[in-house]
Design a protein around this ligand. Structure first.
Ligand code: IMP
Length: 402
């Protein structure tokens, strides 16, 4: 069985928790895209793990985890992160591998990222982790893959500064590299989870370009990044929050506005702890955007939606969702490519009664309040996709499977 877990919004949907939850029955977890710009949080017992590069399966002592081919890997960030999880009691030696075709993030790429950002007329709000510039070097055919640092001719082409930086990591990286396509062929009967990063609306092609990241967050990225072809994927999970958030700049049609929505943004941000895991930035918050979610379902062939942060609405009298966009006289419900259209669009809202009770401790779908079930059913009907997992809290056990 091979399943993909991807973000169906602008990232930060709770993928880390869901991958961790599903990883219990997996043998191998492969991160297929992005780099240290991601921030995946996992809470088990009293411990909170914050992962950026390392796949979320690492928390289980017996899982193999792999950084996939389409990732961009900063060795400095990787070994810092491994040290932090080691200090938290996770033993990772011998069970974390990296595709030898993945690209390296070098210190100068991070400088390029921040200096290009500062010269932009309208900044993107990049995390400054060198992601965009590393993918740009890769597309220009100037990038350096992990395999290249063990290739005498390719290595000789590097600058003295690059070699000095890499010397500190070369021998530590050597035993971690693998040929992912061969590895996957050898493990074709294993249960594998492909872990996405960022989200569909930050995908380089499907997202709100240019206000996107540079990797392929979409389900299709799981193939190239994960060393398999599209026919090998059995199930696609799309994770989304009961509302929407976005970090960094770019259009966000259902974003809360003070004049229209009062202090909803502050309430959601504080209740849902909506601060970036990687940068600590407060996230922009808004209504659940159903046209955008339906677009993500269609673009990724999502089989099963995973609804997270439902408990954030526990105290609400009324819950509103965006069901279409309005621009002037025109009402439309497709997710358009035009940034200008998205920026000028106003959300068309539909209201639902809140459930006004705590969802904490609920483990069965049937035990959810009727108002919560109504909200869930409406989303399923709108998107044409069933919601198979519902998260009502941060911990692994705060999860309902239908
Ligand atoms: P970059 O990928 O760091 O260059 O950032 C590009 C855009 O994607 C910025 O708006 C970031 O805030 C956003 N972004 C990148 N990674 C994540 C993530 O893991 N979660 C949410 N937003 C992200």
């Amino acid at each position: 069985m091979k399943s993909v877990v991807l973000g169906a919004q602008w990232g930060d949907e709770g993928k880390g928790k869901i991958v961790d939850y599903l990883a219990e029955s997996a043998d191998i977890v492969i991160r297929y895209s992005g780099g240290a710009n991601a921030g995946h949080t996992i809470v088990t017992g009293d411990t909170t793990y914050k992962l950026h590069l390392v796949p979320s399966g690492i928390i289980y002592p017996d899982k193999i985890v792999i950084l996939g081919t389409a990732m961009v890997v900063d060795p400095e960030a990787l070994f810092t992160e491994l040290q932090v999880i080691s200090d938290q009691g996770i033993s990772w030696q011998g069970r974390i591998f990296i595709s030898d075709r993945a690209h390296l993030v070098l210190p100068e790429y991070k400088h390029e990222d921040t200096s290009e950002e500062s010269s932009r007329h309208k900044p993107l709000g990049t995390t400054g982790r060198g992601i965009g510039s590393t993918y740009a070097h890769k597309a220009k055919r100037d990038g350096i893959r992990l395999a290249d640092i063990f290739d005498t001719e390719r290595y000789a082409l590097l600058t003295e500064g690059q070699k000095t930086f890499l010397e500190a990591y070369r021998e530590k990286l050597r035993p971690m590299l693998l040929d992912l396509v061969s590895f996957m062929a050898d493990h074709k009967d294993s249960t594998i989870l492909f872990e996405g990063a960022q989200g569909t609306l930050l995908d380089i092609d499907l997202g709100t370009y240019p206000y996107v990241s540079s990797g392929i967050s979409a389900a299709a990225g799981a193939c190239v990044g994960g060393g398999v072809g599209p026919r090998d994927l059995d199930r696609i999970y799309g994770v989304f929050k009961a509302y929407s958030t976005r970090v960094g700049n770019g259009p966000f049609p259902s974003e809360f506005h003070k004049e229209r929505d009062g202090d909803l943004e502050e309430v959601i941000r504080e209740t849902g702890r909506e601060y970036g895991v990687t940068t600590g930035r407060p996230r922009r918050c808004g209504y659940l955007d159903l046209p955008a979610l339906k677009y993500a379902c269609q673009a990724n062939s999502i089989d099963t939606l995973v609804l997270t942060h439902l408990d954030v609405y526990d105290a609400f009298d009324t819950i509103q969702v965006c069901t279409a966009y309005r621009r002037g006289e025109k009402v439309f419900d497709n997710f358009p490519a035009s940034i200008e259209t998205l920026e000028r669009a106003e959300p068309v809202l539909e209201a639902f009664s809140g459930w006004k009770t705590s969802l904490a401790g609920i483990r069965n779908y049937d035990d959810l309040p009727e108002a919560a079930k109504q909200y869930i059913r409406y989303i399923e009907e709108y998107t044409g996709t069933s919601i198979g997992i519902i998260s009502v809290g941060y911990r692994r056990e705060d999860t309902i499977t239908r």
